[in-house]
Design a protein around this ligand. Structure first.
Ligand code: MN
Length: 337
């Protein structure tokens, strides 16, 4: 058993002792209800506040998903959400986004807290149910208009339950802009269908995306390309980025579907810009490349995530935390209007 899951033992032991399965199941359901209650009440309060203020069409709301155990390598992304929040509000910079949105205005950005992933797993709750809790949490945020979820990962496995929820809630497929060094589209990885390397296979199988554009790709296997073809994914690899750049920096997405979802894996960036990731893959995008793509994108962004920041691989001064935070800040500006 890998290090990050070592301590999640005792409920599994209980279930083999003299405790009925029904009793354990009932207790687990209570923990799930309690987990959803705090998110629901915070989202409700923020939604009521924004509706009272009026004239807000869409507003980003942070939802942390501190989950790292579906990674094939390191589990550090479980510790990312509080570090990203800390960096968003770090006093070294002001609270304006590049295009002039004020992050300390609740009409622009609110926070509904974290899905208590470790607490849920500590109670022996399996990944099928955990993924449902993540989806339910996203739907709870969307319930409170004008809130739109801006999700802090976590490893990339969380994008599947998040996209599923957004698509189900809006009632149709989305266009997805996915920035990543990897296509994350293996059927399964080491037998795990929920692996962070398989999230986009689940998304495509579920019919949650009309178009999936993958940008920044530079670590892709034969299976990754075959799966891409099979699902009709538009894979833009770094080796041809200089040729594709103009088109990718002038995208228009989402016409005729329910909206656009943006998933940013921090490792889409060259490790020179973002060393604090689990999978260091040279030859990536510059931070300005990513901002050009995001700033010029014409789209109604209904939700987004920033995933795979690994604080355990970051520099001592938290440089990648600032990078992840700035991605979140600029995505906030993209969502809120
Ligand atoms: Mn990646």
């Amino acid at each position: 058993m890998s290090q990050g899951t070592k301590w999640i033992h005792h409920v599994k032991k209980l279930s083999v002792a003299n405790v009925s399965a029904a009793l354990v199941e009932k207790g687990q359901s209570r923990v799930i209800d309690a987990s959803l209650t705090l998110i629901r009440e915070r989202a409700k309060l923020k939604g009521e506040l924004l509706r009272a203020l009026g004239s807000v069409k869409a507003s980003a709301s942070l939802l942390g998903v501190p989950l790292g155990h579906n990674s094939s390598f390191l589990q550090g992304p479980a510790f990312a959400p509080p570090r990203i929040r800390e960096a968003i509000w770090c006093g070294s910079t002001n609270s304006s986004t590049e295009e002039g949105k004020e992050l300390n205005d609740p009409r622009v950005l609110t926070d509904v807290g974290d899905v208590p992933v470790q607490e849920i797993r500590d109670c022996g709750i399996d990944d099928d149910r955990l993924m449902n809790v993540i989806s339910d949490s996203v739907k709870i945020v969307m319930e409170e208009e004008p809130l739109r979820p801006l999700v802090l990962g976590g490893d990339h496995s969380i994008s599947f339950p998040v996209v599923r929820a957004v698509s189900e809630k809006l009632g149709g497929p989305l266009d997805i802009l996915h920035l990543d060094a990897h296509p994350d589209i293996y059927h399964a990885y080491e037998g795990n269908l929920y692996s962070h390397a398989s999230s986009f296979a689940r998304i495509m199988e579920g019919g949650y995306a009309r178009r999936l554009l993958q940008v920044g790709i530079r670590s892709i296997t034969k299976e990754g390309r075959e799966q891409g073809k099979r699902f009709g994914v538009e894979q833009y690899e770094m080796r041809t980025f200089s040729r594709d750049r103009h088109m990718l920096e002038n995208l228009k997405l989402g016409e005729g579907v329910k909206g656009v979802y943006i998933s940013v894996d921090v490792d889409c960036l060259d490790p020179a810009f973002a060393p604090g990731v689990s999978h260091i893959e040279p030859g990536g995008l510059s931070f300005r490349d990513v901002l050009n793509i995001l700033h010029n994108l014409q789209a109604d962004v209904v939700a987004a995530d920033v995933v795979e920041f690994n604080p355990q691989r970051d520099t001592v001064d938290g440089m990648t935390a600032m990078v992840a935070a700035k991605l979140v800040r600029e995505l906030t500006a993209k969502i809120s209007k």
